[in-house]
Write a protein that binds this ligand. Sequence first.
Ligand SMILES: NC(=O)N[C@@H](CC(=O)O)C(=O)O
Ligand SMILES: [Zn+2]
Ligand SMILES: [Zn+2]
Length: 421
Amino acid sequence: MTAYLIKGVRLLGGDPADLLIADGVIAEGPADGAEVIDAEGLVALPGLVDLHTHLREPGREDAETVETGSRAAALGGYTAVFAMANTSPVADTAGVVEQVWRLGREAGLVDVQPIGAVTVGLAGKQLAELGAMATSAANVRIFSDDGFCVADPRLMRRALEYVKAFDGIIAQHAEEPRLTEGAQMHEGEVSTRLGLTGWPAVAEEAIIARDVLLAEHVGSRLHVCHVSTAGSVEVLRQAKARGVRVTAEVTPHHLLLTDELAASYDPVYKVNPPLRTASDVRALRQALVDGVIDIVATDHAPHAVEDKECEWAYARPGMVGLETALPVVLSVLGEQWDLIAERMSRAPARIAGLAGHGTDLTVGSPANLTLVDPSARRVVDPSGLASRSRNTPYAGTTLPGRIVATFLRGEPTVLDGKAVK
Ligand SMILES: NC(=O)N[C@@H](CC(=O)O)C(=O)O
Ligand SMILES: [Zn+2]
Ligand SMILES: [Zn+2]
């Protein structure tokens, strides 16, 4: 195994120092025979961990595969991603989660951790085989019907009770379906002007309020996917103050973009939950700094051209995000490297109970890390993405920061900004 001496790197943005990687871990000298990487001006972060990725395999390999999504992740600075269950077939059995897990191992670019469905076929009618997925080789600990809300409160309660036994988590896509029938975008001034059916903030907030009460009642862990409104932040703030075991994520796009973009009628801006208002964006940013929102998760949602380049009403919701997440967060938070490491690596690894990721880059720790050039600026070019899909809302946008290298257990997955395999 090649050893690497990363010279003059700024660990979490600190003073330049040398970092030696040998035998898969951060090592101490001597560095004889190590391959030298000149890292002057680069910042080292623990490898990023994404708790919310759609890899589309099995079923929609035309939009993404475990391998192409893994490559996009590595290029984005990630060393682990959690693959959502809304594949075809749905990841609701031990067989499917093991298949996804194995495909991740074969690709070998990031650790792919499958998320299991909460209900059979994501249909919201009966609990899936949570126990069998938990004890499978994929070792599933997070369950989600993402794409759909577990709307039935009795089923949600049962799911929370079930996973409590092994300290599992239910990750909820918070959307009261009766309040979002036919919804096309955020319900507000802009939807009224455009004449599009609105997706009201209360549809998200009502489910989060219900679910924190259920999680409190059961004493289980709840994770809230893609929080998008200021009202949701307030519900979470109160629940956390009471000691409810709830964690929450925000996507990069909800930290940057607003519902005004829908006025273009370009479906690239159609996403679930929808882009909200500037004041929601402000509240989400503040919550991310405060810690009311624990993590950034991409909700990387690749879609084939025919599902995206059509009329707004018919387009699928979702945006790709793995390759632009860190640049977007950097543009939002600035060079607060320790905070970025916390929200994009340490906290997601901790929430998931994922060993070996999100650890400090100290001697003996697994060498899962990424090197970023904060001074570089890059114009996003959809055709240059490694993802099989092109539905980025940032085409032509200049974003700060370039991921120069990523290491998974001491092996480079990205060098000179290019995927190694
Ligand atoms: N975010 C989206 O707009 N779409 C996701 C589903 C989801 O995260 O709800 C997808 O699977 O395409
Ligand atoms: Zn969702
Ligand atoms: Zn999602």
